[in-house]
Structure formats: structure tokens, C-alpha cells
Design a protein around this ligand. Structure first.
Ligand code: P6P
Length: 306
């Protein structure tokens, strides 16, 4: 495959210059996060986020790196970070887009040397609230694993780029598709099994049918596996302690659902509604989520009676 850069791919797919510029700036910021992971301090930062989760030094460092690049892109009017408690308005530049991001999702996995990721959702304007996931004009994630890779969509397919030794993101998979049937499943929040018989039966059916369990505790690598394998399903239901689940709509579920949906998968909540149609009402909003191969989601609906 000839070396197609992220810039060329965005331009050749007709991405407007301002959005192409923003995605390239985001990609550049993740190169610094990649470097920080290879060299940075894995200790605790001594602070906690909106959800009361202790922040690792890397969480804070990744957050600062990405905020700097967004602030200096001169096309961003506002951003929201999972590591911050409110939306940050930017009062300079063209202010065409607002960006929601999780700077280092699953960061606690970094100190056991497992893959982690950064997630970005891009909207037009400078406000998130009242919009839905399908209002995103683009979304992307970066997986920091054995290789660092970036997957993006501007609603014109889903495409993967791999970071090479020269610091270039080079096209490695184009027009990624998710098949209707699946072999792998990533059952999150298994603690819900004890109180949700339907969820227990769902997991048991997949286990009995010889599906292969692939759950890492990091949503980005787990969703990336489904995209790279071209099949699979990820589930994270609510339960009595967190009826609305743990995963954040704005920072995790909406951007990743846009990608999975664009690749031909389904993405629903525990009522059977599309994740992409849930109205974003507050920054810390969470939702149960089931996403991946269409036939797997049909099995979810059968067991959960939705
Ligand atoms: P649990 C990481 O903390 C995260 O937000 C997602 O990346 C991941 O899928 C989920 O939480 C893991 O949750 O309950 O399995 O630790």
C-alpha cells in the first residue's frame, strides 16, 4: 500500500480545510501523548476528576498536551475534557468547532503496561448541549499499544493510520467494515450479572456458543479490536449502583458509536435506543452501551427484552 498520509487522505476525501486542519492538530497532540507514555511519570497526580477518580500524572499531562493543541488550532471555540468539570470556551480564532475528548481513557491500565487510548468527538459551533452524537461532524481515537494507531471518521467511512518511526500517521486500513455476525465479545460490568438475570443469560449464551471473550478494561482497545477484526460486540450495562452505567456519553460513547455505526455496526442503550440519538444534556452524563455487529445487538435486544 502506497504511503498515504492522514493529511492527504483527509484532503482526498473532500474534508473541508478547517476540519482537516483540526484533525491534524489533534493527531499531532496524540504524538506527544504517545511520547509521554513512553517516558512519562506513572505516578499519581494527587488530584481527582469530576467522577471522583484519582488522576494519574499521565491523565493530567495528556490533558494539558491536548488542551494546548486545541487552544492553538485557531478553529476551536470550546472544548470539554473528561478530566475537567466544565466546558472551556476559547475566545480567539475562528471558533468553528467544539471538541469533547477523553485524553487518556483507561489510564489506570497504563501502569500495568496495557493499551490505553485518547478519544475525540468534534461538533460544529461552540456548544455541546442539546445536540446528539449524530451531530458530530467527525470522531477519532488513538490506541497507544504495541503500535500507536489512529482511527477516524468524517462520516465518509472509517480509516486507520499507524504512527511510524518518523512520527507520520500512515494509512494502514481503509473503509473498515463490521460484519453482522461475530466471534468475539467484550462483556463489561459483569458485576451486573448477579442482579440482572437477562444479562447473565446473554453472557451465558455467547459463552455456550463458543464466542471468544476479549475484554481488556479499556474501551478504546476493546472497540479497536472489533474494528480490526471486523466483527464483535462490546457491552456495558447499568446496575443498581450505576443505573445509567459508567461510560460517559460525550467523551466515550458518542464518539466511539459514530465510528462503529459508520463501519456498519449498531450502538444502543439499555432501552434499545440508538446511542447517537441520546441528547447531550450535561458534561458527566453516562449511558449503558451495547455496540458492535448487528446480529450481536439483535441478541442483546432479545435477552434484554428491548
Ligand atoms: P470496568 C476505563 O476506566 C473505562 O472508562 C473504559 O475505558 C472501560 O471500558 C471501562 O471503564 C472499564 O470499566 O468496570 O471494567 O473497570
Amino acid at each position: 500500500m502506497r504511503k498515504t498520509s492522514l493529511n492527504n487522505h483527509l484532503r482526498q476525501s473532500g474534508t473541508r480545510d478547517s476540519l482537516r486542519h483540526l484533525i491534524l492538530d489533534i493527531a499531532t497532540s496524540t504524538k506527544y501523548v504517545h511520547h509521554a507514555l513512553k517516558t512519562g511519570d506513572l505516578g499519581m497526580a494527587g488530584t481527582s476528576n469530576l467522577y471522583g477518580e484519582n488522576q494519574l500524572a499521565l491523565d493530567v499531562l495528556a490533558n494539558e498536551i491536548i488542551k494546548k493543541h486545541l487552544s492553538e488550532s485557531y478553529v476551536v471555540g470550546a472544548f470539554a475534557s473528561e478530566e475537567e468539570t466544565s466546558v472551556v470556551q476559547i475566545n480567539h480564532g475562528d471558533q468553528k468547532y467544539c471538541v469533547a475528548f477523553d485524553p487518556l481513557d483507561g489510564s489506570s491500565l497504563a501502569d500495568v503496561n496495557q493499551s490505553v487510548g485518547s478519544i475525540f468527538g468534534i461538533f460544529e459551533g461552540n456548544n455541546f448541549f442539546g445536540k446528539t452524537g449524530e451531530d458530530q461532524v467527525a470522531s477519532l481515537f488513538v490506541v497507544y499499544g504495541p503500535r500507536t494507531s489512529l482511527v477516524y471518521t468524517t462520516k465518509k467511512g472509517v480509516h486507520e493510520f499507524s504512527l511510524n518511526d518518523l512520527g507520520e500517521f500512515i494509512l494502514s486500513k481503509e473503509n473498515i467494515r463490521i460484519e453482522n455476525d461475530h466471534k468475539i465479545f467484550a462483556p463489561g460490568n459483569l458485576r451486573a450479572v448477579s442482579e440482572n438475570r437477562n444479562y447473565a443469560n446473554l453472557v451465558e449464551e455467547w459463552s455456550k456458543n463458543g464466542k471468544t471473550l476479549r475484554y481488556s478494561g479499556g474501551m478504546v482497545p476493546d472497540i479497536n479490536s472489533i474494528l480490526m477484526k471486523g466483527q464483535g460486540v462490546f457491552t456495558y450495562p447499568g446496575h443498581s449502583k450505576y443505573p445509567q452505567g459508567k461510560l460517559r456519553l460525550l467523551f466515550e460513547c458518542a464518539p466511539l458509536s459514530l465510528i462503529v455505526n459508520e463501519a456498519g455496526g449498531d450502538c444502543i442503550d439499555q432501552t434499545g435506543n440508538s446511542i447517537l440519538k441520546i441528547k447531550i444534556e450535561e458534561i458527566g452524563q453516562t449511558t449503558p452501551i451495547f455496540l458492535g455487529s448487528k446480529n450481536a445487538i439483535a441478541t442483546v435486544k432479545k435477552h434484554l427484552n428491548i
